[in-house]
Design a protein around this ligand. Structure first.
Ligand code: HEC
Ligand code: HEC
Ligand code: HEC
Ligand code: HEC
Length: 378
């Protein structure tokens, strides 16, 4: 490891309380090497109840400090002290520490062994977690989302955004169906996102093509639907369902519901206003006859795939003692989830991390947290 010699300039900036936001590439503020024994004494009196003497968090939402980088620990403590990082208890505690205490305690915890990987951190994959949660849906929708029950929609290959919004609508009661509202009542956001990821990743197969309509007669009417649902019923929009290869009975029932007010949606209602039952059967037949195609999942589904992006900063480069980027391996799941949500929601401010966190869904965050929690610290 390269020795870091603090320059006068950096020390002067520190003394001036330079509150500039750290970036992954900016060198960490240099400090004189801390006194490990003195740091231990501070840890024993002020930190041990939550971080242990070895730095292992004593609760699921308390980060491990053992083996963390000095530069990062200093940066975090100074963040609490100056208020750029908010946490009532830590802000209070760290305000009671002198500059020397901070230095010493960072040196102490960095010198401790990192906690090991969390046992049973989880499956760390939205699709795999969704598959497990979707077993209760199989009787009606098929284990892979290809339903064989007339009147019940297939879910395989549908947009994850659409599947999620449909589940949320049943849960909120804005979409009414006695069966489905019961099915989703107890599902939380992460579980619904996981299930959506699972069904979206499955390959849709054709349904029974027999229907009361005539596909040729339905084609002209489908002309005004293609702008949203795609010419052949393959939607390119997150919130608009694909119709190709869907069940005829379900399509007809649903279109009647939009037309007659059983399912609320202004655009669909006006689209179908005044359309006769026979024409609905024809347009349904047209979509049933189209080959279904999966919408495709555009973002990583596994924590490990995300980590390939994160490790551009959190991977090997993290060993550079001048960088503030922390080690994530072996941190508790609940702590990582909280940290990522704090970045996403702007409660914890760091421009690089906010940009990374912004597009993450709750389920993505869960999978990433489970992945890193399950990794052995290097
Ligand atoms: C009451 C429990 C408690 C005590 C006591 C406590 N901490 Fe913490 N510590 C936490 C929690 C909870 C967090 C996570 C806060 C957050 O989300 O920002 C944390 C975060 C930290 C972090 C940031 C770690 C990271 O990965 O970002 C550092 C560094 C830290 N504590 C050091 C200390 C030191 C040094 C002491 C003693 C002077 C101390 N803590 C005492 C609960 C505690
Ligand atoms: C007892 C049978 C049954 C079970 C079990 C069931 N569903 Fe359904 N599901 C239906 C029916 C019927 C519909 C059509 C309801 C309507 O007209 O709104 C439906 C509709 C849906 C839709 C809307 C599809 C679309 O194209 O708009 C989604 C999403 C969905 N179900 C997800 C699930 C999930 C997730 C589970 C498991 C947690 C589940 N369902 C369990 C019968 C079932
Ligand atoms: C302006 C865009 C738009 C147009 C044009 C449009 N739709 Fe839709 N359609 C939607 C959206 C958005 C939804 C999802 C609404 C919801 O969440 O209830 C939808 C839902 C549907 C559904 C329900 C599918 C399911 O899986 O539950 C059917 C069936 C449907 N449309 C048929 C049609 C037909 C037939 C036409 C042409 C006559 C048409 N749509 C025109 C936007 C459109
Ligand atoms: C451009 C570099 C960069 C990238 C890419 C990056 N990070 Fe970070 N990350 C940082 C820096 C710098 C910090 C320290 C910020 C601070 O002090 O709040 C950080 C902090 C964190 C923390 C807080 C750790 C703790 O102990 O409190 C978590 C969690 C995290 N990153 C996760 C991720 C994940 C997950 C990804 C990928 C989706 C990612 N990061 C991508 C630079 C990066």
């Amino acid at each position: 490891m390269k020795k870091y010699v603090p320059s006068l300039l950096v020390l002067a900036l520190l003394a001036a309380g330079c509150g500039k936001e750290p970036t992954a590439t900016a060198p960490a503020a240099a400090q004189p090497a801390g006194d490990i024994a003195a740091g231990k004494a501070v840890a024993e009196s002020k930190c041990v109840s939550c971080h242990g003497l070895d730095g292992k968090g004593t609760g699921p939402d308390i980060p491990n400090l053992g083996g963390q980088k000095v530069a990062y620990l200093l940066n975090a403590l100074n963040g609490y002290r100056t208020g750029t990082r908010q946490h009532a208890a830590l802000q209070q505690l760290s305000s009671e520490l002198t500059e020397a205490d901070v230095n010493n305690i960072a040196a102490y915890y960095a010198s401790q062994k990192a906690a090991g990987a969390a046992a049973a951190a989880g499956v760390a994959d939205t699709v795999a977690a969704g598959k497990a949660a979707a077993t209760v849906c199989a009787a009606c929708h098929g284990s892979d989302g290809n339903s064989k029950v007339p009147g019940t929609p297939s879910l395989a290959g549908q947009h994850p955004g659409y599947l999620l919004s449909a589940m949320q609508a049943y849960k909120a009661g804005s979409r009414k169906d006695a069966t489905m509202s019961g099915q989703v009542a107890k599902l939380d956001q992460v579980t619904m996102e996981n299930i959506a990821a699972y069904f979206a990743a499955q390959t849709p197969v054709e349904r029974d093509k027999s229907s009361a309509g005539d596909a040729k007669a339905g084609e002209p009417l489908s002309g005004k639907c293609g702008g949203c649902h795609g010419q052949q019923g393959h939607s390119a929009d997150e919130k608009t369902p694909s119709l190709a290869g869907q069940d005829a009975q379900y399509l007809v029932k649903t279109m009647k519901n939009y037309r007659d007010g059983g399912r609320a949606h202004a655009e669909m209602k006006s689209m179908l206003a005044g359309v006769k039952d026979q024409d609905l059967a024809h347009v349904a037949a047209f979509y049933v006859a189209q080959a279904p195609k999966a919408a495709g999942v555009a973002k990583p589904t596994a924590g490990q795939q995300w980590a390939e992006r994160c490790d551009k900063c959190h991977g090997a480069a993290v060993d550079n003692p001048e960088m503030v980027t922390p080690h994530l391996e072996g941190q508790p799941v609940a702590y990582l989830v909280k940290a990522l949500k704090d970045y996403r929601e702007g409660k914890r401010v760091q421009s690089a991390m906010h940009a990374m966190g912004a597009p993450l869904s709750d389920a993505d965050i869960q999978a990433i947290a489970e992945y890193y929690a399950g990794q052995q610290p290097k």
